[in-house]
Every structure is written in C-alpha cells, then in structure tokens.
Ligand binder design. Structure first.
Ligand code: BES
Ligand code: MN
Ligand code: ZN
Length: 497
C-alpha cells in the first residue's frame, strides 16, 4: 500500500472510500459535519439510527450513492477523547482500512490526523494512521498458489493546507518505513523453518546491506568455531543446517558516538533438541527467530530513514534439533565470554546462542546493548500476549524503552532481576547452568544472559508477543513483528534524532 498526502476537503474529494473518526459521545468533527451537509443530513441520521457512539473499534459503513465525490464513508470509533493517544488512531485506521478492503475499495482517503490533532501532533498522528493501515492490511501469501487480486493500493491523507501537508508527509515517511520494516519481519517469521533457515536469514541481512549501503558480515560454522562461540556451536551441532552469526553495521552517526548494539535471537526452528518439546503447537516454533527478524527490521527502517546514528545488529542463528550429534543434558559449553555453561535442558537454547552475541557486542564498546528474544514460556505465563518482559541493569535505559513501548503500542513490562536469581543458576560442575528452579523462569533466563554482559544492557522477552493466534487491531494472525516500531522509537529518543 502506498500512503500519500494531498491538500483538499473530504466533502469535495473523489475517492472510493473516506475514513473518518468519531470520539465517544462527542460531536463529530467538521469534516463529518461538512460531509453530512452535502449528503442532506443523512450521515448524522445514520449515526443516530445505528446508535453509533464512537466506542473503540466501532464501525459504521455508509454508501453515499454518489451524492458526494466519496463513494463510501466509514465512521470509526476513537473511544473517549481524554484517553485518546497514538494507539487509538492506529487501531481506528486499522478498522477503517479493513472495512474498506472488504467493501472492495482500492483507493481510500482520510483526514484523521488533521481532524483531531493540533499542528504539533500532525506528524505523529499521520505516522500512527499510516502504521494502522499498512499493518492491518498485511497478508502473507508467498506460499499460496492463488494470491488475492484486490486490496487497497493507495491511502491519501488529506490536509487543509500546504503547511499541514508538510507535517503529514513527515509522519507518512516515518510510518511507511517502520511499517514496511515490520512486515519484512512478519514475512520472515511466517516463513516456515524449511524456508527461513539460518542461511536465508544471512542472505536477507546481506540484501538489506546492499540495498542501503550498510555493512554486513556473516560468519559460517568455521568462523563461529574459530571465534570460540561455544554457546552457538553447542546448539547448532544437533542440526544439519549450518549456523550463521549475522552482523549488520550502520555507522552513519558522529565519529565519537558509541553505537547501540541490538541483539536478536535467530533460532529458525526450536524442537527443544534432546529435551524435546511436546508436538502440540510445535509448528509455532518457526517463530523462534522473531527477535532476529525484529532487529533486522530495525536496521532496515533506520537505513530507509537515513538516521544519522551508529547502530549494530547481531543475530546468532541456528536450528535447535535432536540430531545424533546433538548436545546432551549435562554437557558443558564454554561461551565467547569464557563463562562455562552446564546445559541441563537443551530446550533452554536461546540463552546459549545469545550469550555469544552479548559477549561479541562488547567489541564495539557500545553505549548500551538491547537484546530481543522469544526466550521463555515463563514470560508468556506471567504477562500473557499483551506485553513483552523488560529486564535491565540501568534505570534510564529501562525508562526509555518503556516509554517507547507505550507510545508505539508495543508494551514492555518491567520484571525483576535480583541477585537471588544468580544463585538459582549456580552449577555444580560449571560456572552457571542453563535452567533454574521451576519458578521465575523469565528472571533466571535474564540472570543467565547478564553473566555475559558488560555495561548498560536491557533484555526484552517477546515469547508472548511475537506470534499471534488471532487478528487483533492492526496485528494479523501469525508473526507480529513486535519490537521493530518500539526499538526505532527508542533509538530516536536515545540518540536524539
Ligand atoms: N523458544 C522457547 C520459548 C518460547 C516458548 C517462545 C513459547 C515462545 C512460546 C525457548 O527456547 C524455550 O524452550 N524455553 C524453555 C526454557 C526452559 C526449558 C527452562 C521454556 O520456556 O519452556
Ligand atoms: Mn527452546
Ligand atoms: Zn527457543
């Protein structure tokens, strides 16, 4: 979908569909009132007759029968005015765009950002509306013989004048960049394990680098062994798919600016290994590379927006398989950090491969390191599907991340990381073991990661949020692409761009 801006007034603008918003129990805004006037009062009458109150998610679709240049009007509820934020607009636009697609429209229009924002918020609201439309109408059809023939090609954001149009255009560019980076991540997540192998993730990273002039280095099994990435090697030895360690570098910031390093778990399929998982829903474990897909998406968005920052993304990537050479419970691996790790449960593999990436991050003398991983079922039990777990050794960093999460609708919820969790992973034979007691599994996983970290660090556990079992707001069933938008927002905050 292309999103563009134009100047014009909704009641005189030709379009297949016009999407307008209404706050709960408030008078409709002037764009709706003007449209209503042109329609001889039928719009307000429909609102009245259908008991349309403007509740969040509420929809009223009206065919104008050609009385105005717009073929249809979709009124979408924005909820209560005092509670409205960027997320309300994202969700409302999702409802509007999906209803228009269902009605068969290919070119639609809205004035949502300018109808409700003041000049200062035009840009942010235009971004939110762009995101809502692109993300909601996403479809994954790569492996279908028959692809959908129709869909929305163009969304036009209407501005009353050229000055506001400029603001809208800025938001549209940002919104398009982060949404396309998110759908890029979704595609990789939805792509099954036999397609999205570590080799393919490496190739996708190279493509991003080539397209935007970033630097990409991909280590194969020989270099991984030479570098002594013992955690990644231990997990990879059970699979015949060769492992990859992917490095993407975007050093377009000031020379003296320390880079932010993002680390993403790139486990392309998690069977559990010898500690094999139950078969029910195991197919969803193709999504165990969602963290890797997210950080690659962040790199794509940052490059697309030509952000003047220094950013490094690291993705350790392998399958976790119970092959004949697979790592066994009780085996000990020595990671790049030099820490020896007893592998009690081969299904706690994410922390093993991340340990090497976290240690490798130290080479960049980073400002901070943030890792993103579908790490523990325990985090999913604790927070459900609505928020990711947030662990950090630095309060400022944690606050910047939570704020970014709140603003982008990708909630990050702080969870504890205590000295006691270190005791929980003490091993009899090695420095640490890869599982703790049954309780507090998300925290002991974080404690394990922390052993390989120097400096400011945060860990996002996206086990519950990376993959969706239903269509909700602008999220589709399958890969969510969570992390892309919140981390781009975080980089803007942290690096002042
Ligand atoms: N990839 C899983 C975590 C996961 C579970 C992600 C459900 C998404 C949905 C991870 O590798 C794993 O298996 N973790 C184990 C750790 C345990 C053995 C300590 C878990 O959470 O069960
Ligand atoms: Mn696992
Ligand atoms: Zn896993």
């Amino acid at each position: 979908m292309k999103v563009v801006t134009k100047t014009g007034s909704p009641e005189s603008f030709a379009t297949e569909g016009f999407v307008a918003g209404v706050f709960a129990d408030e008078e409709p805004d002037s764009s709706v009132l003007k449209m209503d006037k042109e329609m001889g009062g039928h719009l307000l009458a429909a609102i009245e007759n259908e008991k349309f109150r403007g509740e969040p998610g509420q929809l009223l679709l009206i065919n104008t029968l050609g009385v105005v240049p717009a073929g249809r009007v979709a009124l979408v509820g924005l909820g209560e005015k005092d509670k409205a934020d960027e997320e309300s607009f994202r969700r409302a636009m999702a409802v509007g765009a999906l209803s228009m697609r269902k009605a068969g429209a290919t070119r639609i229009t809205t004035s949502l950002p300018t109808a409700f924002g003041d000049k200062d918020s035009y840009e942010l609201l235009a971004q939110a509306v762009t995101e809502g439309a692109i993300l909601a109408t996403y479809r994954f059809e790569r492996l279908k013989s028959e692809k959908s023939k129709t869909g929305i090609n163009t969304l036009t954001l209407l501005a009353p004048d050229n000055k506001s149009r400029k603001e809208l255009t800025k938001g549209v560019l940002r919104g398009t960049a982060v949404s396309e980076a998110t759908t890029f991540a979704r595609d990789l997540i939805n792509l099954p394990g036999n397609y999205a192998t570590p080799t393919i993730l490496g190739a996708e990273a190279k493509k991003i680098a080539k397209q935007y002039g970033a630097k990409c280095t991909v280590f194969g099994p020989a270099e991984i062994a030479k570098k002594k990435m013992g955690g990644l090697m231990a997990v990879a030895q059970g699979s015949k798919e060769p492992a990859r360690f992917i490095i993407l570098e975007w050093m377009k910031g000031p020379k003296n600016q320390q880079p932010v390093v993002l680390v993403g778990k790139g486990l392309t399929f998690d069977t559990g290994g010898i500690s094999i998982k139950p078969s029910a829903n195991m197919e969803e474990m193709k999504s165990d590379m969602s963290g890797g897909a997210a950080v690659m998406g962040v790199m794509k968005a940052v490059a697309e927006l030509k952000m003047k920052i220094n950013l490094v993304c690291l993705v350790p990537s392998t399958e976790n398989m119970p092959g004949s050479a697979a790592v066994k419970p009780g085996d000990v691996a020595i990671g790049l950090s030099g820490v020896s790790m007893e592998i009690i449960n081969t299904d706690a593999e994410g922390r093993l491969i991340l340990s090497d990436a976290l240690a490798y991050a130290g080479n960049y003398k980073p400002d901070c390191v943030v890792d993103v991983a579908t790490l523990t079922g325990a985090c999913m039990i604790a927070l459900g599907r609505h928020a990711s777990g947030l662990f950090s050794n630095d309060d400022v960093l944690a606050d910047q991340l939570s704020e970014s999460g709140l603003e982008t609708g990708e909630l990050l919820w702080p969870l504890p990381l205590l000295p006691e969790h270190d005791e929980d992973i003490a091993s009899l034979v090695a420095d640490i073991k890869n599982v703790g007691p049954r309780w507090g599994g998300a925290s002991t996983a974080a404690a394990f990661l922390q052993k390989h970290v120097k400096g400011k660090w945060a860990h996002l556990d996206i086990a519950g949020t990376a993959f969706s079992d239903k269509n909700k707001h602008y999220t589709r069933r399958g890969g969510v692409g969570v992390g892309v938008r919140s981390l781009v927002r975080f980089l803007e905050k942290r690096m002042g761009v």
